[in-house]
Design a protein around this ligand. Structure first.
Ligand SMILES: [Zn+2]
Length: 83
């Protein structure tokens, strides 16, 4: 359904590109901007999580043990009704 010669303007970088330069969602910013933004978001989240882990190590380790115990129990807890 895309007409050839159609171009759209990225609302972030302002560059006009063909529809192939955009994802369907989000449709307002181009693939380059979207990829850059999601890479940045990933880096920021990773850094934030690493920082939180570093500053709350005891809580983090305790939580890891709780989560592991819960999973180990459900994996080998023969007869345990998970639902
Ligand atoms: Zn862009």
């Amino acid at each position: 359904m895309t007409r050839q010669g159609d171009t759209r303007r990225c609302s972030r970088c302002g560059v006009t590109k063909p529809p192939t330069g955009f994802y369907r969602n989000p449709a307002s910013i181009c693939k380059d901007c979207h990829n850059r933004a999601s890479r940045l978001t990933k880096q920021i989240r990773r850094a934030a999580v690493a920082h939180l882990i570093a500053t709350h190590q005891a809580e983090y380790r305790a939580r890891v043990q709780v989560e592991r115990a819960a999973r180990v129990a459900s994996e080998s807890g023969g007869g345990l009704d998970a639902a």
